[in-house]
Design a protein around this ligand. Structure first.
Ligand code: NAP
Ligand code: ZN
Ligand code: ZN
Length: 350
């Protein structure tokens, strides 16, 4: 076993602190990855603080992992030592059910094995995420990072990127579509960049008036501050698609009114349950749906799309010691637009 430095939470009330975990030498078809960068997703915070219930402690969060192959297990043939690779939100699935066979492993009927806060299928051992210096993963669940992408700015693509790319693709976003993005944080800023790259007219709906200039710089064509509620009256029936990334409770019904006939609102944020008015769905045959990350094949497609269109995340690179402060800033919506941990700053415990 390889003693590996990490940052963990030991219970839902404690801050992240140095911790040591064990990673295994790669078994057949596995690879060992030296982690260089790991993005901080709001889901890390939700789970570290047990906001969804059922969290397992100690927990090492992190599912936006980028690094280089350090060792290749017997029979593994997709990668060689030194390759730039990524690991996203899951590291295994049953491989047999219909969603798995279709490459939609995130919807595995037996439940995907999440990168952290989950259990390995064979041993039942807890899985630990990317706030650590290395990880061992089956090569089928590892992504190739295209050469033209800067590795630190590629890390958030493994969750924020694919989570927004997938519903945009499912909808078939193209030129002429009016797309609204609710919440300009990690997911939201990727939704803006990706929808714009697909040719849509993109509008940001934000609670933070201070993000107006940034929204334009990210590629948005319009920016609406939702603070006083006036936009919910003046932009009724405007949008074809709303990508809702807000992490905190908000009134879905207000936003639904902004959809035109046959419009679709996709929920990506996961706050506590909120009521939805049937009348709003019925009146313009609107659709309210959700979407969970993306499968391995689609994630690779997204990475290649980003390389082809010069898209990467806008990040604030931090030392591992700043991770608790980053969580607090994320709670204040003070994210511009993804925190990424530089794992070179995580040294082995003395
Ligand atoms: P984030 O970086 O913290 O961004 C969330 C943004 O939501 C904030 O920056 C803020 O943007 C907006 N917001 C906050 N409170 C709001 C409120 N009360 N009303 C309206 N907007 C509000 O978080 P993230 O990492 O992008 O994640 C967003 C959510 O998606 C989280 O709940 C996360 O767990 C979830 N998630 C889901 C999936 C999936 O597969 N579905 C994958 C990853 C993450 P403004 O300042 O612009 O208002
Ligand atoms: Zn995430
Ligand atoms: Zn399955």
């Amino acid at each position: 076993m390889l003693q590996t430095p990490a940052y963990a939470v030991v219970d839902a009330q404690s801050p992240l602190a140095p911790f040591t975990i064990e990673r295994r030498e790669p078994r057949a078809n596995e690879v060992l990855i030296d982690i260089l960068y790991c993005g901080i997703c709001h889901s890390d915070l939700h789970q570290a603080r047990n906001e969804w219930g059922g969290s397992q402690f100690p927990m090492v969060p992190g599912h936006e992992i980028v690094g280089r192959i350090a060792q290749v297990g017997e029979g593994a043939s997709k990668f060689k030592v030194g390759d730039a690779v990524g690991v996203g939100c899951f590291v295994d699935s049953c491989r047999h059910c219909a969603p798995c066979r279709e490459g939609q492993e995130q919807y595995c009927e037996q439940g995907m094995t999440a990168t952290y806060n989950s259990r390995e299928r064979d041993s039942g051992a807890p899985t630990f995420g990317g706030y650590s210096t290395r990880i061992t993963v089956h090569e089928d669940y590892v992504l190739r990072i295209p050469e033209s992408l800067p590795l630190d700015r590629a890390a958030p693509l493994l969750c924020a990127g694919i989570t927004t790319y997938s519903p945009l693709r499912q909808f078939g976003v193209r030129e002429g579509h009016e797309v609204a993005v609710v919440g300009l944080g990690g997911l939201g800023h990727m939704a803006v960049k990706l929808a714009a790259a697909m040719g849509a007219r993109v509008t940001v709906l934000s609670t933070s008036e201070s993000k107006r200039k940034d929204a334009e710089a990210l590629g948005a064509h319009d920016f609406l501050a939702t603070g006083d509620g006036a936009v919910f009256k003046s932009h009724v029936r405007r949008f074809d698609l709303i990508i809702d990334t807000a992490s905190a409770p908000h009134d879905y019904n207000a936003y639904l009114g902004l959809l035109r006939l046959d419009g679709r609102m996709v929920l990506l944020g996961i706050p506590e349950p909120q009521p939805v008015a049937a009348g709003l769905l019925i009146m313009q045959r609107r659709t309210l749906t959700g979407s969970l990350i993306g499968g391995i094949r689609e994630t690779q497609e997204m990475l290649d799309f980003c390389a082809g269109h010069g898209v990467a995340s806008d990040i604030e690179l931090i030392d591992i010691a700043q991770v608790n402060e980053a969580y607090e800033r994320m709670l204040r919506s003070d994210v511009r637009y993804r925190f990424v941990i530089d794992l070179a700053t995580l040294q082995p415990a003395a």
